[in-house]
Design a protein around this ligand. Structure first.
Ligand SMILES: Nc1ncnc2c1ncn2[C@@H]1O[C@H](COP(=O)(O)OP(=O)(O)O)[C@@H](O)[C@H]1O
Ligand SMILES: [Mg+2]
Length: 262
């Protein structure tokens, strides 16, 4: 007997919706009186719990692309979907709401508030969402422990090393349990040892918490930590590669860069 074809609708078998999907995304900017493409026809999707990296040289459009993916800027054409929700459909207020609920950010220069303690910096996104940090005390404590900063909770950023500051900003990015974390060159301001630790922690986070992480870098070593590496050049996605040798296969990343002539 042939089973009836699955009906589309609430009872249909769940096809996993990508956490992040870019469809034909373009971004033009005015330069010398003409519109220049900075991001060109970028399309890809990321699954839940995937650790992906975008590898591209300086000026290739990585930060611009990340802003588009976060809804901080609107694409000139194309769509960005977060958990299936079209970011380009709403106005700025709706995009901000999606951002606050679903996306965490990690920046090269940390962007911690100097007058707040580590714990206050970490829980700031909860307060912005109108939630009482005390309600999430146990989970926040677990998060600080996972990131190895539980002993620093009462310190202020000025009393932290760069690597510690970046761990604090990772905790802050995760505290509101986003589906997606976007990290723009998070090791760019760190020693290579502290940078390696931060990248390894981001991998741990995807494994332990199931968060999807997208890390942008111009460093092949960081890029190689991804299960998936997206190679960007002149604003275009040149290759979307699932690493054959598994994560941390730097030789594979170098080989692909060479093949692509990047
Ligand atoms: N606000 C802006 N106005 C005009 N051009 C910009 C702006 N931001 C970035 N660009 C240009 O867009 C290109 C990509 O920049 P960016 O996204 O910052 O690249 P990356 O992060 O890979 O270094 C560069 O040529 C840069 O000069
Ligand atoms: Mg950049």
């Amino acid at each position: 007997m042939t089973p009836p074809a699955a009906a589309a609708g609430p009872s249909a078998p769940a096809v996993a919706t990508p956490v992040l999907e870019a469809r034909g995304v373009f971004r033009f900017r005015k330069a010398d009186g003409r519109e220049v493409p900075i991001v060109r026809d970028v399309g890809f999707a990321l699954r839940r719990g995937e650790f992906a990296t975008i590898m591209g040289p300086s000026g290739s459009g990585k930060s611009t692309l990340l802003h588009l993916l976060a809804g901080l800027e609107r694409p000139s054409a194309g769509q960005v979907l977060i958990d299936g929700e079209d970011l380009s459909a709403g106005d700025e207020e709706q995009r901000a709401a999606v951002r606050r609920r679903r996306i965490g950010f990690i920046f090269q220069f940390f962007h911690l508030l100097p007058d707040l303690t580590v714990e206050e910096n970490v829980t700031l996104p909860l307060r912005i969402l109108g939630q009482r940090p005390q309600k999430h005390g146990a989970r926040t404590a677990d998060l600080l422990a996972l990131l190895g900063i539980d002993k620093l909770r009462t310190r202020r950023p000025a009393a932290l090393s760069g690597g510690e500051m970046q761990r604090v900003s990772i905790a802050r990015a995760l505290v509101a349990q986003p589906s997606l974390v976007l990290a723009d060159e998070p090791t760019g301001n760190l020693s290579s040892k502290a940078g390696e630790e931060v990248v390894a922690l981001l991998r741990t986070v995807t494994e332990k918490l199931g968060t999807t992480v997208l890390l942008v870098t111009h460093n092949p070593r960081d890029a190689a930590a991804g299960d998936r590496v997206l190679f960007l050049h002149d604003g275009a996605l040149r290759q979307n590669a699932e690493l054959t040798g598994g994560p941390f296969d730097v030789a594979d990343v170098f080989h692909r860069l060479q093949e692509l002539g990047i």
